[in-house]
Ligand binder design. Structure first.
Ligand SMILES: *Cc1c(COP(=O)(O)O)cnc(C)c1O
Length: 393
C-alpha cells in the first residue's frame, strides 16, 4: 500500500506514480524489471514441501505481475486483482469465476460484442443461459431475476451506443437477492468510475485500451472485493491464463501517466464531440458528458470524468459518400480497439445482434477514439471528409 505520512489518503494521481513499486528491493532502480520465468527454485527440501517461497511457479505470478496487481488493487479499491492476456479473457475469467451449469445470468444488451458471443456461444455449451436486458433498466431489472440467476453483468457506458447504467439501483437489487455483479469498466477506468465503491463485486478492465495508451499491447485485469477475491484467484490458478511479462511491464509504464492521458482524452474528446454537434452532416452525438445525451444525469451523479471515446450518427447518406468520407481521412485511422495516442474512427451497426433494444439510426453510425493530435488538425481532417461526403452524396 502507498500511504501518506498523515492519515489523509493519497490522491489517485499520486497513487498511480507510486503504487506497486519497491526500488530498494531492486538496487534502487525505479521500475520493476521484466521477470521472465517458468521454474522458481526452492532453497531446500523443507521449503519445497512447505511451499515456503513467495514465488512458486511462473504461472502463479512474478514480481512484475505482482507490481501491476498490487497497484491496480490500490487504485480500484478492491481486495485483489488478477491479470489476463486480453480484455476479453478477463471478461471470461470473471464470468467463469461465478457461473456453474444450470445458472441463468443477466447481461446488458449493449455489452462489448465479443462478451455477448462468449455468453451465446460458450456459456450455453456449459449449461448457462443468458438473458440480455435493456441497459436503461434500473431497479426494474428485479423482474428478470429467476431462482437460478447468479450474475448481473454490466457495462457502462454501453459499447458503441454509450448508455449509462444506473449502477447503484442494479447493485441494490443484486445485493438484496444475493447475486454477483460484474462490471466492464474499460471506458471510464477506476479513475473516472469507482465501481467497487458502488458495491460491484468483480470489475473488468481491458488494459489494452487506456492503461496501455499506445496500441502496443493486449492485457486484461479483473479486480474483486473481499467476498469474491478468493474464488477469482482460485479460478485464475486453474486456468493459468497469464499475460506475457513484457506486456505487463508496458502496462506498468502506462499506469504511471494514466491520469494525465485520461484527462487529456477527456478534453480532446469533448472538443471534437461539441464540434461534431454543430456540423450539419451530423444527426446526433452520443457522448455521456454532453448535457442532452441520454444518461447524462446519471453520468454526472456517478462518474468523475469522461474519456475520449464516443459515437455519432450521421444524417442519411449513401455508402459511396460514407466511403468518400472515411477513405480520405489523413489523421483518423480506421481499425478496431481504441484508447491509444492516435485518433481512430470506425463505422458500426448493432442492428443484427442487439436483442433487448432496437438499434435503428437513420444514417451511418461512427465511433470515434480521439487521440493526442492537435484538435484543430483533427477538426480540419473531419471537415475535409464532410466536403468529400457532400461531393459524393
Ligand atoms: C476492447 C474491449 C474489451 C476487450 O479487450 P481486448 O484486450 O481487445 O480483448 C472488453 N471490453 C470492452 C468494453 C472493450 O472495449
Amino acid at each position: 500500500m502507498t500511504k501518506s505520512d498523515e492519515s489523509r489518503p493519497l490522491k489517485d494521481r499520486t497513487k498511480l506514480v507510486h503504487a506497486g513499486r519497491h526500488p530498494f528491493e531492486q538496487h534502487g532502480f525505479i521500475n520493476t524489471p521484466v521477470y521472465r520465468g517458468s521454474t522458481v527454485l526452492y532453497r531446500s527440501y523443507a521449503d519445497l514441501v512447505a511451499r515456503n517461497a513467495k514465488y512458486t511457479y511462473g504461472t502463479h505470478g512474478t514480481p512484475t505481475t505482482d507490481a501491476l496487481e498490487t497497484a491496480w488493487t490500490e487504485i480500484t479499491g478492491a481486495a485483489g486483482t488478477v491479470l489476463a492476456p486480453s480484455g476479453l479473457s478477463a471478461v471470461a475469467l470473471a464470468l467463469l469465476t461465478v457461473v456453474k451449469a444450470g445458472d441463468h445470468i443477466l447481461v446488458s444488451d449493449s455489452v462489448y460484442q465479443p462478451t455477448r458471443s462468449f455468453c451465446e456461444r460458450f456459456l450455453t455449451r456449459i449449461g448457462v443461459e443468458t438473458t440480455f436486458y435493456d441497459p436503461w433498466l434500473g431497479e426494474d431489472i428485479a423482474s428478470l431475476i429467476r431462482p437460478n440467476t447468479s450474475v448481473i453483468f454490466l457495462e457502462t457506458p454501453g459499447s458503441q451506443t454509450f448508455e449509462i447504467q444506473d449502477v447503484p439501483a442494479i447493485v441494490a437489487v443484486a445485493a438484496a437477492k444475493g447475486l454477483c455483479t460484474i462490471l466492464d469498466n474499460t471506458w471510464a477506468t477506476p479513475l473516472f468510475f469507482q465501481a467497487h465503491g458502488f458495491g460491484v463485486d468483480l470489475v473488468v478492465e481491458a488494459g489494452t485500451k487506456y492503461l496501455s495508451g499506445h496500441a502496443d499491447l493486449l492485457l486484461g485485469l479483473v479486480s474483486a472485493n473481499a467476498r469474491w477475491f478468493p474464488r477469482l484467484h482460485a479460478t485464475f490458478d486453474l486456468f493459468a491464463n497469464c499475460p506475457g511479462p513484457e506486456d505487463v511491464f508496458l502496462a506498468l509504464r502506462g499506469l504511471r501517466s494514466l491520469e494525465l492521458r485520461l484527462r487529456e482524452a477527456e478534453r480532446q474528446g469533448l472538443a471534437l464531440a461539441t464540434w461534431l454537434v454543430e456540423r450539419p452532416e451530423v444527426a446526433r452525438v452520443l457522448h455521456p458528458a454532453l448535457p442532452d445525451c441520454p444518461g447524462h444525469a446519471i453520468w454526472k451523479r456517478d462518474f468523475r470524468g469522461s474519456s475520449g471515446l464516443f459515437s455519432a450518427f450521421l444524417k442519411p447518406t449513401s455508402q459511396k459518400a460514407l466511403a468518400a468520407f472515411l477513405d480520405g481521412l489523413k489523421l483518423f485511422g480506421m481499425g478496431y480497439s481504441w484508447g491509444g495516442y492516435e485518433s481512430l474512427v470506425i463505422p458500426f451497426d448493432c442492428s443484427s445482434y442487439r436483442s433487448a433494444t432496437k438499434f435503428a439510426p437513420e444514417g451511418p453510425a461512427l465511433r470515434f477514439s480521439i487521440g493526442l493530435e492537435d484538435p484543430d488538425d483533427l477538426k480540419a481532417d473531419l471537415a475535409a471528409g464532410f466536403e468529400r461526403l457532400k461531393a459524393a452524396g
